[in-house]
Design a protein around this ligand. Structure first.
Ligand code: AMP
Length: 215
């Protein structure tokens, strides 16, 4: 399947994307994970992105499109892909449309994970992430703690609170979402590709999405 996951930070895009990949072998492409990997590696991309990310602002569209031009042409994308956290602005969505036309592929669905602001705030302040950039497994101190405190169940690396998950950065990320990303809901609704998925349970979101794809 070729899917875009839309939704505010904390709406569950990462978790739903991971479950969907297990469903049919599509790859998860998270621009946030790619950028965090670059920051950790200290690459030029990482050095440029770091400040924007820590402030809860968006990294410039041109940089994001450079990453995605390369990533979407990689062979593993032929099985399908779940775009998690991309596109995040109208110019990115327009550039994605052109890029997919160039590569000769079409999106199957844009799923809008519709979750209230209160839930999102609660999830983000209690979220923890594996520090290993190749793993980045997501935990939650309330609903999904690791088996051993502070250690990733999957790879044993430390589990940390992301630098952009302080109260201040979270508030900024939500404002950024409302101003820059939520207009994409209308953008994709007009194309007929958008489906709203309003559930707090990730497994339920996945079966709804799989159902939409089958129809
Ligand atoms: P995420 O893990 O998707 O919440 O992304 C974390 C941060 O990475 C965001 O707050 C942005 O600073 C940056 N980022 C991720 N994806 C994008 C994107 N598509 N466009 C611009 N910035 C992005």
């Amino acid at each position: 399947m070729r899917i875009v996951l839309l939704g505010a930070p904390g709406a569950g895009k990462g978790t739903v994307a991971k479950l969907l990949t297990a469903h049919d072998g599509s790859v998860q492409i998270s621009t946030g994970d790619i950028l965090r990997g670059a920051v950790k590696a200290g690459s030029e991309l990482g050095k440029t992105a770091k400040g924007f990310m820590e402030r809860g602002e968006l990294v410039p569209d041109s940089l994001i499109m450079e990453i995605m031009e390369v990533r979407l042409r990689e062979p593993d994308c032929q099985k399908g892909f779940i775009l998690d956290g991309f596109p995040r602005t109208i110019p990115q969505a327009e550039a994605l449309t052109k890029l997919l036309e160039k590569i000769g592929i079409k999106l199957d669905l844009v799923a809008n994970l519709d979750v209230s602001k209160e839930v999102v705030m609660d999830r983000l302040t209690t979220r923890r992430t594996c520090a290993n950039s190749d793993c980045q497994e997501i935990y939650n101190v309330k609903s999904k703690p690791s088996k051993v405190e502070g250690k990733c169940d999957k790879c044993g690396s430390p589990i940390v609170q992301r630098a952009d998950e302080t109260e201040e950065a979270i508030a900024k990320r939500l404002t950024t979402y409302n101003e820059m990303t939520s207009p994409l809901i209308d953008f994709y609704r007009k194309t007929g590709l958008l489906k709203d998925v309003s559930t707090l349970k990730s497994e339920e979101a996945v079966s709804k999405i799989a159902g939409f794809i089958k129809k």
